[in-house]
Structures are given as structure tokens and as C-alpha cells.
Design a protein around this ligand. Structure first.
Ligand SMILES: Nc1ncnc2c1ncn2[C@@H]1O[C@H](COP(=O)(O)OP(=O)(O)OP(=O)(O)O)[C@@H](O)[C@H]1O
Ligand SMILES: [Mg+2]
Length: 576
């Protein structure tokens, strides 16, 4: 039965089939040399040693050397070919997984931490890479070796041969039980490896917090426990796998003893020659090695399947945000877009966040979202950019439901400064150009200037060519924010979404950036989220959110006059 993960594997093998067939032929040649060698033992003893035929000495020596030379060349050839194909296949798997994972959305990444995903992309591809080539070699080389060696043995004496291998069929049941166990435990081991990577990822990202809270020892202990779990699971899987060749050895021991008891007397009685016995003995001694390797195939494949299933499982994950069958083109922006939420409900898992939220952001205007922490403000931005879709209600752009448009095309309409912007370990310039690689150097410099980044860039040794460090760690919080603002400005999109975009800036920079953003917002739709009410006073409309609903909306003056939630928040901030 070919299962889906196996089918995926075979589809990856297909373009490599020419090289793999070549490798299989070389493996078969190597396997056949084993039979050839044991076949030569008989004339070596009977004709050369016992028959004292001196003319045959160099011939037999040459033949043996030839067999080994063939074995060396064939072995080298198929190992090199296979290593190359295995690395290539592992790379194909990783690329396929990453490309697919980037199409998945928020809910998936909530339940799959980065460390575990890294382990599934890298760890499982690497585990699989070391497990499948030996299986192919065993099939190509050891099957031929087995057949040729059994052929020699049968040619010497079929009764001896039967006696030696009669126990092998008895192995079927215990081997399949061990195989099932190897697969089950291998899955547990791979999951435990994922937990280890998750711990490491969290520790290295949270190192400062760990130091400041003095929790180094606790973290080390947590990791130690995780390594122990991994060790146990991995050992269980290896043990089950190792049990299979061990069983074969036991059967081999019994077979050998039987042949010695039966055949030994036949030779002494002169019914068989020493050469025949030696040839048979050599063939049988050599047959159990490929037999063991073929036996460990089932355990090895069980382990490999575990990794393959985990990888193929990821390919089954489907994004929840889907492009429609026939996406509608975005209308031309005229002074920005009119964005509206209509009675929108949204929950992360089963925790409701938005409960019937409705408001409009008019084109060319600045709409501010304010409200207590956890009110659902950032979630609104996720819905506007289709990082998630609402469970009820509609989000519209110029009256069109966002779900009628292609998500990638939609996102091009947005320049976003998120609450926690991701910077990458590239130059500052590359970070600003992200998704806008075609903009001119002059546009880049202008964007940096407007985001008030010019001043600190001038002080950096390589200016905008300075690396930002892993996750932008070489920059201060406020500097990172300015890079993110420059990125949004450079994007030059019809809608600007600013989520606490200036929260980390000093008051003077904040004011300058606010001016620049106000200028940048001209002819666009701007949505601003801010806790500091001073930054939203000028907005054309302020939407006050509370517990996933609009509590009130209006201008700064009208909301103050209303004396509601906004007025309360304002009073708290300005201690009137
Ligand atoms: N990825 C997530 N998974 C689960 N729950 C989430 C997730 N993101 C947000 N939430 C929950 O949704 C609610 C709203 O979050 P959101 O980030 O929209 O709030 P916010 O109004 O932006 O708050 P803040 O002002 O603190 O940024 C919160 O209660 C939060 O616990
Ligand atoms: Mg937020």
C-alpha cells in the first residue's frame, strides 16, 4: 500500500530516476561480486590447494583481485551518486515545506511554535536524508548479493542451504511487531526533538529576560528535562530498530550450527570436498550480512516514515484565508480607499475578540482607533490586511468584500507599521526596501529622512548599509520603529496602517515623524492606533473601542463634549 507521504517521496524521486537507476546498477554489480567471491573459493581449495595445480594460482589470484576491484569501483560510484541525490532531495523537501508554510495564516502559527517548525523542516528532512539511502543500497546491492550467494550455496548443496535458512520465515511476525514499534517511537522522538528546538528558540530570544529574572537555572533544568524525554524516545526507537538484525543473527546462529552438525560428518566421510564446504561456508557467512541489512530496512523505513509523515503532514495544512476562484481587481485608489467594518465578529480559537464591530475609515482622512489594551485594535489591522478573515460580518474596500480579492494584491494596497515590526538580519537599507525592491535610492533616502532616521544613520559607520542584526537587535527600539516607518512610507500605498507607530520615539522625534506621516497621509486613507491621545487629537475621526465593540466615535472635541469613555481616558492622561 502506497500511502500519501510515500507518494510525495516518490514524486520527489521521479526527476532523479536516471541517476538513481545508475546507482542501482552499480549496487547490483557490487552485490554480485559477493557471490563471485564465494564461488571462487571452491576452485581455490579443490584445484589449487588440494589439487596442487600451480598454473591456476595466478589465475585465481587475478580473479579474486578483479572481483574486489569491481566491488571497490561500484561501491564508490553508487555512494557518491546517492549522497548527491539525497542532499538534493532534502533540499527539495525543505524548500517545498517553507514555500507551503508561508501560505498558512495566524491560527496555524499560534499552535505551531517556531522551534517545532524549524525541527520539522530541518530536523525531519535531515533525519529522513540519513535514513532512506541505506535502504535503497540494501535493495540494490543486498538483494543481488543475497541471490548470488544463495545461488552458490544451492549449487554446493541444496540440503545444507535449506537447513541454514529454514528459520528465516519464523521472523516475519516479530519483525513486523518491532517495525511498528520503531515507527511509533520514532514519531515520539521527532516530536520531542521539536520541543527541544522550541525551548532553545525561546531561551535565545528571551535571554535578557531570563538574566534579569535570574531564571537561568530554571531554564537549564527545563531544557535538561526536555533532553531526557528526547533521549528516552530516541533510544526506544533505536532499540526497536536494532532488534530486527539481532533476531536475524539468532536465526543465523541456529542455521550454522545445524549445517556444521550435518555437513561436518559428510566431509569426514568423503561425501563432500573441503572446497565445497569452504565455498558454502563463505557464501553463508556472507549471506547473513546482506540479510541483516535487508532486515534492518524495515526498521529504518519505519523511522524514515515517521519523519516523512511529519513533513507531509505540514503540506496538508490548509490556509484559512483563501483567494477567491475569480478574484476581482482592486479599484483604482482615488485619494485612498473607503474601508469599512460591518458588524464584524472575530475570535482567536474560542476566545471572542471582536463582537459586532462597525466603523468606516473615509478616503483621504485620518481615522484613529483608541481604547484599552486588549480591546481588539491590532486585530482590526489583521482583518483589514486579511491576515485573518472575520467569522461574521464583512470588511469592505470601496464597498467590495475583501474576500472577493486576491490577498496578495490586497496587501499591496497597505503600508503597515505593526505594533511589533519584524526586522531581519540584513542591512538597514534592505530592511526598508522589503517588498519595494524596485524603488530608487533617492526614494529610499527620502523615506529614511522623513522617518527621522537620517540623523542616527549618519552616526553609524556604514550608514544605511549597516546590518540590523538578528531581528534588528543591533538597533534601539526607537530606531527599529523609524526603520519600520520608513518602510511603510517607501511602499507608497493608498492606505497607511499605523499601530503604535511612534510609541518608542522621544517627544521631539515623535512630533517630527507625526508631521511627516501627516504629509505622507495626504491623498491616502490613514488608520492610526495609539494609546497616547495627544497623537490622535488631529484625527478626522476617533473610534473608541471597548471589548470588541465601538463604544463611541467622533472628533476629539465632540468626544470630549460627550463626556464618555474618551473623555475619561483623556482626563486620566492629562490630569486636568
Ligand atoms: N495571536 C493571538 N492568539 C490568541 N489570542 C490573541 C492573539 N492576538 C491577540 N489575542 C487576544 O485578542 C485580544 C485583542 O488583542 P489585540 O492585539 O487586538 O488588542 P489591542 O487592542 O491591540 O491591545 P494593545 O493596545 O495592548 O495592543 C486580546 O485579549 C488578546 O489576548
Ligand atoms: Mg495592539
Amino acid at each position: 500500500m502506497v500511502t500519501e507521504p510515500t507518494r510525495w517521496f516518490l514524486s520527489l524521486l521521479r526527476p532523479r530516476r536516471a541517476a538513481l537507476i545508475g546507482a542501482l546498477l552499480l549496487m547490483a554489480a557490487e552485490g554480485a561480486t559477493m557471490g563471485g567471491f564465494s564461488y571462487l573459493i571452491r576452485p581455490l581449495f579443490d584445484t589449487v590447494f588440494l589439487g596442487k595445480d600451480t598454473a591456476m594460482v595466478p589465475l585465481v589470484a587475478l580473479a579474486v583481485a578483479g572481483v574486489f576491484l569491481l566491488r571497490a569501483l561500484a561501491g564508490f560510484g553508487h555512494r557518491v551518486i546517492l549522497a548527491r541525490q539525497a542532499e538534493g532531495l532534502a533540499a527539495d523537501q525543505q524548500n517545498a515545506l517553507l514555500t507551503h508554510l508561508m501560505t498558512l495564516d495566524l491560527p496555524f502559527f499560534q499552535s505551531h511554535p517556531p522551534g517545532a517548525l524549524i525541527e520539522r523542516i530541518r530536523g525531519d528532512a535531515m533525519a529522513f536524508r540519513t535514513l532512506w539511502p541505506p535502504i535503497l543500497s540494501a535493495l540494490g546491492r543486498d538483494v543481488v548479493a543475497l541471490v548470488s550467494l544463495l545461488g552458490v550455496a544451492l549449487w554446493v548443496d541444496w540440503r545444507w542451504t535449506l537447513l541454514a535458512v529454514v528459520g528465516v520465515p519464523l521472523l516475519a511476525l516479530p519483525v513486523s511487531a518491532l517495525q511498528a514499534r520503531a515507527r511509533r517511537t520514532a514519531i515520539a522522538a521527532r516530536t520531542a526533538a521539536g520541543a527541544l528546538s522550541t525551548r532553545l528558540d525561546e531561551i535565545f530570544h528571551g535571554l535578557t529576560t531570563i538574566r534579569l529574572t535570574g531564571s537561568e537555572a530554571a531554564e537549564a533544568e527545563r531544557y535538561r528535562l526536555a533532553t531526557r524525554d528526547y533521549l528516552r524516545a530516541q533510544l526506544r526507537s533505536e532499540t526497536a530498530s536494532a532488534g530486527i538484525p539481532a533476531l536475524i543473527d539468532m536465526v543465523a546462529a541456529a542455521g550454522f550450527a545445524g549445517v556444521m552438525l550435518y555437513g561436518g560428518y559428510q566431509i569426514m566421510a568423503g561425501q563432500k570436498t573441503v572446497g565445497e564446504f569452504m565455498s558454502f561456508f563463505m557464501a553463508m557467512a556472507l549471506v547473513f550480512e546482506p540479510l541483516r541489512r535487508l532486515g534492518s530496512i524495515s526498521g529504518g523505513w519505519a523511522q524514515a516514515r515517521a519523519s516523512l509523515e511529519r513533513m507531509a503532514g505540514l503540506l496538508h495544512e490548509r490556509p484559512t484565508v483563501l483567494p477567491p476562484a475569480e478574484p476581482r481587481a482592486l479599484p483604482a485608489p482615488q485619494g485612498g480607499y473607503r474601508l469599512a467594518l460591518e458588524d464584524v465578529a472575530f475570535a482567536y480559537g474560542d476566545q471572542p475578540v471582536l463582537r459586532g464591530l462597525s466603523f468606516v475609515a473615509e478616503p483621504g482622512q485620518v481615522t484613529a482607533l483608541v481604547g484599552p489594551s486588549g480591546a481588539g485594535k491590532s486585530t482590526v489591522f489583521h482583518l483589514l490586511t486579511r491576515l485573518a478573515d472575520p467569522q461574521a460580518g464583512r470588511v469592505t474596500l470601496n464597498g467590495l468584500d475583501l474576500r472577493e480579492m486576491d490577498p496578495a494584491a490586497l496587501r499591496r494596497a497597505f503600508g503597515v507599521v505593526a505594533q511589533d515590526t519584524a526586522l531581519f538580519d540584513e542591512t538597514i537599507a534592505a530592511n526598508v526596501r522589503l517588498g519595494a525592491g524596485d524603488r530608487s535610492d533617492a526614494a529610499l533616502a527620502a523615506a529614511l529622512e522623513r522617518a527621522q532616521a537620517g540623523e542616527f544613520l549618519a552616526r553609524l559607520p556604514q550608514g544605511a548599509e549597516t546590518p540590523a542584526g538578528p531581528r534588528g537587535s543591533a538597533l534601539s527600539g526607537g530606531q527599529r520603529q523609524r526603520i519600520a516607518i520608513a518602510r511603510a512610507i517607501l511602499r507608497d500605498a493608498p492606505v497607511l496602517l499605523l499601530d503604535e507607530a511612534t510609541s518608542a520615539l522621544d517627544s521631539r522625534s515623535e512630533e517630527l515623524v507625526a508631521q511627516a506621516l501627516a504629509e505622507a497621509g495626504r491623498g491616502r486613507t490613514t488608520l492610526v492606533i495609539a494609546h497616547r491621545l495627544a497623537t490622535v487629537r488631529q484625527a478626522d475621526k476617533i473610534v473608541v473601542m471597548q471589548a470588541g465593540r465601538v463604544a463611541e466615535q467622533g472628533t476629539h472635541a465632540s468626544l470630549l463634549a460627550q463626556g464618555g469613555l474618551y473623555a475619561d481616558l483623556h482626563r486620566l492622561q492629562f490630569k486636568e
